[in-house]
Every structure is written in C-alpha cells, then in structure tokens.
Design a protein around this ligand. Structure first.
Ligand code: M6R
Length: 357
C-alpha cells in the first residue's frame, strides 16, 4: 500500500532509514554483538575468494560490498555481472564462495550462474529481500535484507539494505579471523540511518536541483572516484530507468580518455565528492568539465564541501557514504521523472523481476 504517497518509489526512498535500523536490530544480539548464521561465518572463513554475482542495482551494491570485504575482512573479491559470467568464467580460486545478491531472488541471469556453480560443487550464499525465493532456496545459505516489499521497479531501499548487510558480513568475517577493527558497523550504520533521514527531509531542495539541471536535458553524466564512482553508476541507472534521460556514470580519471568529448554547453554533470582521499582529483575533474561548458552539480559530504556545491550530505563514516550519497541521487531521479511526466513506478520496457535470461 502506498498510503499517502503518490508513488511507491518515494515511499520506499523514505523507508530507507527505518530499513537500516531494522537491519541493525536483526543482525545484533543482546550483547550488541553481530548475530549471523554460524554457517555463513564458516563459509566466509573457509573460502579463499568471494565471487559476487548480480545484475543492475544489485551489481552496484556488489561493487561496494567488494570494498567492505576486502578492506575489512581481507578476503579477495571479484564482482561479476551475472549475464556475462558464464561466457567469461574467470579462472576460479581453489575455494571459491559464490555470493548472489538479488532483491527479488528470482533473477534468471543470476540463477543460471547459480545452477552452473552448484553443479561444480561450489558453495553459494544468497543475499535477498525474499527468503523463500528461488535463489534463496537453491543456495546453501541466505542472508535476509529485511527491507520489506519493494514494489517500484527502480530499486532503492534494497540497494541500501544490500550494502548494510554486506558491511555487517564483512565485519563479522574480520572478527572471526581475529582482525582488529576500529569500525563499529552498528554504530556507524545508525549514524548513516540518521543522515538518510535528514536527507529525506530535504526533498524540496532536491526537487529544485532536478528542475534546474534535469528538466529539459537530453543527457547527464555522473562522475566520481573510488566508491563515489560506483554510486555514480547507480545514480545514472536510476535516472535513465525512470526519466529516460540518457545517463552514464564514469570514473573521474577516465574523462580525459574519451568521455570528455561528450561535454557540450550546458551538459549536466553530477559529481560526487564524499571521499577525502580523492577530493582533490574529483574537484579537478569538475573544473575540467566546467571549462568545457558543462553545468556541474557537485554533491559533496560535510567537511569536504566547497562553495557552490549543489548539495551537501551529512558526515558519515567514509566506508558508508554510498548509503547516504545515493539518497539525493534517488530523489533527483524521482523528481526528474515526475517533471518529465514519466510513469515513475512502472517505467516503460522494464519489469520488477527479470525472470528471463
Ligand atoms: O531482483 P534483483 O536484485 O536480482 O534485480 C536485479 C536488477 O534487475 C535490478 O536491480 C534492476 O536493475 C532495477 N530495476 C534497478 O533499479
């Protein structure tokens, strides 16, 4: 039920802080320790490499998950688009663990890989919003997203939930391996949830940004470096899928290798600046595109913000910025679609779960 909301997408965007708090609750015991299926913990301990398989938005969550698992738990991770995996099956490590990320748990492209890797005897963990789904039933283990039903075709709360669960999984593995961490995932996720809530209260400002930058444009580029690049990919996917604006995400450093040729007078370029170690470089990219006529829309994080940034998100732990920086992207896409009279919840040519290969 949409309740008083005009669209499921807007309702689901607003639900995100509550979903993150629910995840904290579900994955914590009474001693404030991580509560996770011991078999999943063992599978993470036993593997020598994680292969994340997913599509669309879930693939984008996987890119962030790789950062969590490699940086915190020190386990190597590869992330693959499911539909490409079988043709280009990499040389597998000796003890691979396959992790399927899927909101619906019904995505045929991911299932095809699951069937193939199960047949080879490799263990599988599914991270899904639907525990009884095909991918969940056919895998050895499941981690539940607890996001509640996601109805809008454009995935929002499942994406942030996937990243939250991946962060918890990474920290749990690190702890099981005896790695000392300063990062307290539940505390930091709580801070991120509060920040997300604050952003959900800034809809008018974000609607204005959508009006200023996106109401009449033909295309839009998203640039970022490091984690911001991955969030840019997700921002671009949101925008193209519901507003039909041609949108592409690029690594800031790649601009000069070709993409910058696309910049024309007035081209909107959404630049993410939430990572201290790349702030200088991404700011350089913003100057480069501005010098060629682009209309930069910088979304930065407090502490790294500069005069003329279009929007500033609250400060959160640098690992968790994607959970927060994606919220303005989702809302900008939503309002852009609305201004352009698009069917926000049911964009053309798309289905909520893609059950054909
Ligand atoms: O249910 P899944 O997470 O497996 O779905 C994967 C993609 O089809 C899905 O994320 C799609 O890209 C969304 N419509 C994006 O908003």
């Amino acid at each position: 039920e949409k309740g008083t909301y005009p669209h499921f997408m807007l309702k689901e965007i607003d639900e995100q802080p509550f979903v993150i708090r629910k995840i904290i609750q579900e994955y914590q015991n009474e001693n404030d320790e991580i509560k996770l299926d011991p078999d999943v913990r063992q599978a993470m301990m036993d593997c020598d490499r994680v292969y994340i398989i997913a599509c669309g938005t879930s693939y984008h969550a996987g890119l962030i998950g790789k950062q969590f698992i490699e940086k915190l738990a020190k386990v190597p991770v590869e992330v693959h688009v499911a539909s490409e995996f079988s043709y280009n099956m990499p040389l597998l490590s000796e003890k691979p663990l396959f992790v399927y990320i899927s909101q619906s748990g019904e995505t045929a492209d991911s299932r095809a890989v699951l069937v193939e890797t199960k047949a080879k005897g490799h263990p599988a963990l599914t991270i899904t919003n639907v525990p009884g789904s095909t991918l969940s039933r056919e895998a050895d283990y499941t981690l539940h997203l607890h996001a509640g039903p996601e109805i809008a075709v454009a995935s929002t709360k499942a994406y942030t939930a996937q990243m939250a669960v991946l962060a918890i999984l990474a920290v749990d593995t690190a702890k099981a391996k005896g790695i000392e961490l300063e990062f307290n995932p539940m505390k930091e996720l709580g801070i991120a949830a509060n920040a997300m809530e604050a952003l959900c209260d800034q809809k008018e400002e974000l609607e204005q940004i959508a009006a200023d930058y996106l109401s009449t444009t033909r295309n839009c580029f998203f640039i970022g470096r490091s984690q911001d690049y991955y969030v840019g990919l997700e921002g671009a996917l949101k925008l193209k899928e519901i507003s039909y604006i041609q949108a592409e995400g690029f690594a800031g450093g790649e601009l000069k290798h070709g993409t910058i040729a696309l910049i024309e007078e007035g081209t909107p370029v959404v630049a993410l600046a939430t990572q201290a170690n790349v702030n200088y470089s991404i700011r350089g990219n913003v100057k480069e595109v501005a010098a060629r006529g682009a209309k930069p829309c910088v979304i930065s994080m407090k502490g790294l913000d500069q005069e003329n940034d279009a929007f500033v998100i609250p400060q959160v732990h640098e690992l968790l910025t994607p959970l927060v920086s994606v919220v303005p992207m989702q809302l900008i896409s939503y309002y852009a679609a609305l201004h352009r009279d698009c069917d926000v919840d049911k964009p053309r040519n798309l289905a909520k779960s893609v059950t054909v290969e």
